[in-house]
Design a protein around this ligand. Structure first.
Ligand code: OSB
Ligand code: MG
Length: 381
């Protein structure tokens, strides 16, 4: 039934089974943002199989609680299991590019949707025998890498961490900021590292009344300031952007190409962080990339403390032409004692990752390792 035709349209995707797993994966170092500290990830993985037994893998980027977004591990699991998997299973689907619209009856839950959607792209690329990044129309085989460094127990710890990452070759350093860990910290980092590409991510910790603080931050030549205001705001960010020099970058506020277009039309930001989970998968990420190119604004790939499968999808997405700034896509070893893919993601001394040549995500999934980390598993047919 491969390449079956219906009404003249070729169908190339028929998902026969979806295996959901939850794995627990401890971080080598806690990761702290303005909304809390993570020490161990609870990650939902999806393994899709087509009628020929070809597999595609996706990773859900939802966090352990509804703090970064309203989705979290258990809502993603339930939504995937009860609604999304049944919508996709056994359907003649034209291509991976059509999977997101197939799930349209479910509102929101984009991270859950992206789990299946990205797996479909992996599967489709494997069927075509091409690396996912080429299948997505990526244009570069090497991507630029930055790191995101969480809030630390002391400024000295932060400086030490930055030193390590700069020495490793990373092209841009992002630090997390929050009230009480902002001006003072940025000033110290700048004194120690006057020339590095540096940015701050507030994860919505501030209000419009904090404009004077951001005006003071202007003197430190930050590459950008990520999501300073409310997680669901576009308007207030435009009011802020008018009053500061530092480019605002939106993360939490952007869920679709429409959101991106609205934000860019309102001059709410000058840069966008694109995350596969937050936007619902590769198809929507591609639409955002196109909108950003039309507006001539740079974008970059954000991270959600992904294991190797999500990381591999991030690498593939980052090869698209519009992703001109270093992303939060860094080496597996910064997060995990041992990753669930082989080889682990490695970063060159010039702070780059080479997109793999093998079909699909291009990394081998270590099933034995995944099995050992699995705390629940459900096969949906
Ligand atoms: O806001 O970019 C963010 C991690 C979890 C939730 C939100 C964010 C982050 C990061 C980490 O900054 C990026 C990474 O290294 O994966
Ligand atoms: Mg962010």
């Amino acid at each position: 039934m491969h390449n079956a035709c219906h009404g003249g349209l070729p169908f190339t995707l028929l998902i026969q089974s979806i295996e959901l797993r939850e794995i627990r994966l401890p971080l080598v170092h806690f990761f702290e943002t303005s909304f809390g500290r993570t020490t161990e990830r609870r990650i939902v993985l999806a393994r899709l199989t087509d009628e020929n037994g070809v597999e595609g893998w996706g990773e859900c980027t939802a966090g352990e609680g509804p703090f970064y977004s309203d989705e979290w591990t258990d809502t993603a699991w339930a939504t995937l299991h009860e609604f999304l998997a049944p919508m996709v299973l056994g359907q003649q689907i034209e291509s991976a590019a059509h999977v997101f619209s197939l799930m349209r009856p479910v509102r929101g839950h984009r991270m859950a949707k992206a789990t299946i959607e990205t797996a479909c792209w992996d599967l489709e690329a494997k069927n075509a025998g091409v690396p996912l990044w080429k299948h997505l129309d990526g244009t570069r085989s090497e991507i630029a890498c930055g790191v995101s460094i969480g809030i630390q127990d002391s400024p000295e710890m932060l400086l030490e961490k930055i030193r390590r990452e700069v020495d490793a070759g990373y092209q841009r350093i992002k630090i997390k900021i929050k009230p009480g860990w902002d001006l003072n910290i940025v000033e110290r980092v700048r004194r120690e590292f006057p020339d590095i590409r540096l940015m701050g991510d507030a994860n919505s910790a501030y209000k419009l009344s904090d404009v004077p603080l951001f005006q003071q931050l202007d003197q430190f030549n930050l590459m950008m300031l990520e999501q300073p205001l409310a997680h669901d705001d576009i308007f207030d960010h435009s009011v802020l952007q008018r009053q500061i020099q530092t480019p605002v970058c939106l993360d939490e506020s952007i869920h679709s190409a429409e959101d991106a277009t609205h934000a860019l039309s309102m001059h709410s930001c000058k840069i966008i962080n694109v995350k596969l989970g937050r936007v619902g998968g590769h198809a929507e990420a591609k639409r955002i990339e196109k909108a950003a190119r039309n507006h001539e604004i740079p974008i970059w790939c954000g991270g959600m403390l992904e294991s190797g499968i999500g990381r591999a999808h991030n690498i593939a997405m980052s090869t698209l032409a519009g992703f001109t700034l270093p992303g939060d896509v860094s080496a597996s070893a910064r997060y995990w004692e041992e990753d669930i893919i082989e080889p682990p993601v490695r970063v060159s001394p010039r702070g780059t990752i080479t997109a793999p040549d093998a079909p699909g995500i291009g990394f081998a999934v270590n099933l034995q390792r995944i099995e050992a980390l699995t705390v629940r598993k459900e096969m949906i047919k």
